[in-house]
Each structure stands twice: as structure tokens, then as C-alpha cells.
Design a binder for this molecule. Sequence first.
Ligand SMILES: [Zn+2]
Ligand SMILES: [Zn+2]
Length: 227
Amino acid sequence: MDLFECDNDVDLACELAPEIAGAEDGLEHDVLCSFGHLKYPGHDGTINNVRKAEENSVLGGLRQKLDAGLGDSLFRKYRGLAEACGDAWVKHEAQYKVIILGALMMGTGAKINAHDIQHLRHLASVVQSNEHFTLPFADTGFRGPSKRQFLAALDNYQPGTPRDYNQPSCHACGKSRQDTEKPLFKCGGCMDTFAVAWFCDRDCQKSVWSIHKPNCGANRNSISINV
Ligand SMILES: [Zn+2]
Ligand SMILES: [Zn+2]
């Protein structure tokens, strides 16, 4: 499962999108709801070059807006809301919303203050992270591989270059081709299934085998659809 494919992730992105896009519909809104890269433009599953160019110009416009102060003020607002929460469950959701905000900002290539980057790392260490199958209503924090992908995105983030969450990322270290500059490979055990684990090298594959094993290919039971 790629980062930000959980229903809850998309719900939170769509809640934040109007605050950045300034409207509840339109291409800016759609780009944000799909974490910076339109996955299903035209709902036919194809991304053509015209659409890609359009997407890049939309990302550029969003980045400008965020860099002009909107990004900082949104971090202040949502960090403040999370810190003010008393109820543990509400606080968890509010903290995860700050993570989604950070992910959206990286998806546009916007600048993020060093202290906000630091805070995002801290939040990633405190929110719930599920390695295995979770029922949809409990699927509220990170998936394990998504957490590692988010941390790798923070570590390797280059403002001005939109982070592409749709590229496969290593199941173990979270890096994508944007970081490794070499193609990742699919786990042999699950490469023919719809939920595939990717790795950047054999050491990474070995390091998480005990976690991945129950969810890999033939070992996966019918409900364990989270990779
Ligand atoms: Zn790796
Ligand atoms: Zn596998």
C-alpha cells in the first residue's frame, strides 16, 4: 500500500485542500486531494502529457501561495489545534492532520521551516503506526511502510521539487527513486499480486522480512490486504 492511500489520509487531505486551493473544487483542489499528483485524471486512469503539464503549472501556483506565508500560517493553525486537544483520540487525529499538511506541502515542493520539519519528525514518532491489516475504522494513523516513506521524504526533501508519493518506495527504508537514483525492485513473493512490496536492495529486503513475511504473496490470507 502506498503512502496516503488510506481513506482517512484522503479525507484529511480533502479537508485541508480548500484552505490551500481557496475553493472546494477545481484542478488545484483535485491535485491536493491526490497528494500532488493526479492519479486518476479524467477518471480513465491515464495521465497524458497535456494533463501532466497542467498539473505542473498547478503545483507551481500552489507552491507560490504556500511560500508567500500561507504554509507557515497553516502549520501554526493546525499545530495549535493539535496542541490544544485534551481528548487523546481527537488529539491523535489532529496530530495526524499536521502530518498530512506536511505531506501536501512536500507534494507541492513548498518551503517548510526547519522547526516544522523537526515537529513533523516528532509527530511521526508519536502517532499510531500499523504494520499489518487493520479494519478501515481503525486505519487512522500510518501504515508501517508509509511512516518510513514519510520520514525518508522529510530527510531527503528539496524545496522547489515536488515530492512524488506515487513512485514506489522501499518497504524498509522508505526511499524512492527520487532518493536512490536507481530503480527499486519488487519482492519476488508478491510481485504478481495487487499489493506489492518494493525494495532498494537486498539488505533492506532482509531487514523487514519478519514484518513482511505474513503479508507476502502466498502467505497473505484473504483479509490481509495491507502489504
Ligand atoms: Zn531501502
Ligand atoms: Zn512480498
